[in-house]
Design a protein around this ligand. Structure first.
Ligand SMILES: C[S@@+](CC[C@H](N)C(=O)[O-])C[C@H]1O[C@@H](n2cnc3c(N)ncnc32)[C@H](O)[C@@H]1O
Length: 349
């Protein structure tokens, strides 16, 4: 009898299992759970990316202004950590050029040799980013990866000849729970080399009223952003969601520190999704969880760095002290979790 062992490379697997199949499978699994859920990464189709850009300009959504302020205030300090040898600026979940542009400005001014490698699941966000970069910095080389974070880390693992300066801004890390954040950062650490630098944006715990307002804005853009997930399922997977029959709800869990977003069924209903050939039943007021946005204490950040093999170099704050961009360095000789790490500097507030 013939026995064949075949190794499938990533491209072969991708052909066999399309993005649409992956989306359908995630929707099937998420809506079949007792506590229904949909992964937040699917919020960012073309329309979702446009809506998110609108959210960043809302008066209640303090996160973007705070991080822009942080990057402006500390741009020279951050640039001091850039390698002198050729390096990649690899940015996970880049979105737009507004934030990285502040640092790219400095890197260009200092005549540093770098290639910009944004990783984003949204093709529209990537194309608009590429256009902006071309207009503002025609001399900067860019290699945009339209992929999820893990494929981006995989790319990084195969491209270690250059040093890496990693950006993970916008509190994107807050979309992971603590276990997922640890797993992601450990995988990232595996793909990096000793001395590589990482800049991560964390939203800090703060007045609950400010948090609630940021995720329940008065113009209803966040509501549209959340509902867009159903619009996308309808369009791409033949879903039959009636958007008027669901409402956006965002709440804060004081114990876990997470802002949590839901779509809540306003009545008893069945929704058929053609791509998975199934109906899903909803009770009146049954929620679908759609997004976490975890808020951090400074001590949580230090612990996360320590347990994943990074050394915290500095915490950089905005003028209100709402947000922190934390600068970490990879230390391959540090055993993760070793207690003897030097304490970080505080810069800002
Ligand atoms: C909250 S936005 C932040 C954008 C920008 N970094 C900022 O600070 O404003 C998240 C970005 O990450 C992308 N994204 C979300 N989940 C992703 C994933 N799993 N893999 C790759 N990109 C993802 C989205 O398309 C979006 O552009």
């Amino acid at each position: 009898m013939t026995r064949i062992i075949e190794e499938l490379d990533a491209q072969q697997s991708a052909r066999a299992f399309s993005d649409r199949d992956a989306f359908a499978l995630d929707v099937l699994v998420g809506l079949s759970e007792t506590r229904k859920t949909l992964p937040s990464k699917y919020m960012y189709d073309d329309e979702g990316s446009r809506l998110f850009e609108q959210i960043t300009r809302l008066p209640e959504y303090y996160l973007t202004d705070c991080e822009l302020d942080t990057l402006q205030r500390h741009r020279d300090r951050i640039a001091d950590y850039a390698p002198r040898a050729p390096f990649h600026v690899i940015e996970f979940g880049a979105g737009s050029l507004r934030k990285p542009g502040i640092l790219i400005d400095r890197f260009v001014e200092r005549g540093l040799d770098f290639e910009y490698v944004p990783v984003d699941i949204s093709r529209e966000a990537m194309e608009s980013l590429a256009g902006d970069l071309e207009r503002r910095y025609p001399e900067v080389a860019m290699r945009g990866l339209v992929s999820d974070y893990l494929t981006g880390i995989h790319w990084l693992t195969g491209n270690t000849r250059r040093r890496s300066f990693v950006l993970f801004l916008g509190s994107n890390i807050g979309n992971f729970n603590r276990a997922q954040a640890t797993l992601f950062l450990r995988k990232l650490w595996n793909g990096l080399s000793d001395g590589d630098v990482v800049l991560i944006g964390f939203d800090l715990r703060k007045d609950i009223e400010l948090l609630l307002a940021a995720y329940n804005d008065s113009q209803g853009v966040t509501k549209q952003f959340n509902l867009n997930l159903m619009r996308r399922i309808n369009r791409e997977l033949g879903g039959h969601f009636n958007l008027d029959a669901f409402r956006h709800f965002a709440t804060y869990d004081v114990i876990s520190g997470a802002m949590e977003s839901y779509l809540v069924s306003q009545g008893e209903q069945d929704v058929y999704i053609e791509a998975v050939e199934r109906s899903f039943s909803f009770h009146a007021w049954e929620p679908i969880h759609t997004e976490y946005s975890y808020k951090y204490l400074e001590s949580d950040i230090d612990l996360l760095a320590q347990t994943t093999g990074f050394r915290v170099k500095e915490h950089l704050y905005d003028s209100k002290g709402y947000f922190v961009d934390s600068l970490w360095e990879v230390h391959k000789t540090d055993a993760p979790g070793s207690p003897d790490q030097p304490s970080a500097r505080r810069s800002g507030t």
